[in-house]
Ligand binder design. Sequence first.
Ligand SMILES: [Zn+2]
Length: 291
Amino acid sequence: MLKDLFTKTHTKKKKYATIPTETAKNDVPEGIMTKCPSCKKIMYTKELNKNLKVCLHCHYHLQLNSNERLASFIDDGSFEEMNENMMSENPLNFPGYIEKLEKDRQKSKLNEAVVTGIGSVNGNKIVVAIMDSLFRMGSMGSVVGEKITLAIEKADELSVPFIIFTASGGARMQEGALSLMQMAKTSVALKKFSNNGGLIISIMTHPTTGGVSASFASLGDYNFAEPEALIGFAGRRVIEQSIREELPEDFQTAEFLLKHGQLDAIISRLELVEKITNILEIHHQGGKLEW
Ligand SMILES: [Zn+2]
């Protein structure tokens, strides 16, 4: 019929409009662009990565994984990984633990939440440990504690500085008391290393909490942090409930801790290699401070 020619059968009108949800509105397609979680500005991922994931607008430090950290900090081609095949078991038969570990292994392409090895920073040989929050939120179980302890012992054996980047949700609850024991074990290893004249540099990154903040993260000869990193032992609400007092807004930030003497400095990721190189060089014989 003639009137059919005027009926739009090929472009059916949608009955409903799609309203993006709050989360969809905040999401930027992953890959080409990245949105800063702090200032919400959008930038090219490539440019952000070139700037070591420090926001080009507000200098917010986005999290780095252990691979990115290695690439940004250690001299190219100098890194020799240690104990990379060490894997956690399920000592307490905690339900679902093995499956969770397996899932995180696939997601992070790591066997555990810390990467350790020997490398150099501007030619200064060091042993480094880098925690990765992609694996079980960087929580500390027996393998994390053991790998860190072995790394400290390696630094002692080679008489080179030990540098650790922490990022952790604390002790790993699925390993119970065995996780808590890692606090004592790593602390003793650091003390022995220190007694032998070893240099320890701790760099706390966002977030460093629980048993990790209460052990090796805070035991450096130098304790540094990245800007705005969350650093603390118990959660804010737990403390507020137990002391029945409201805590200051910036409580448990790197800036707050620096003000109260718990940190030696806050160092921008963009200056980190330069500053750490300087510290490593001061500790050579006849070294000079150019801070
Ligand atoms: Zn920003």
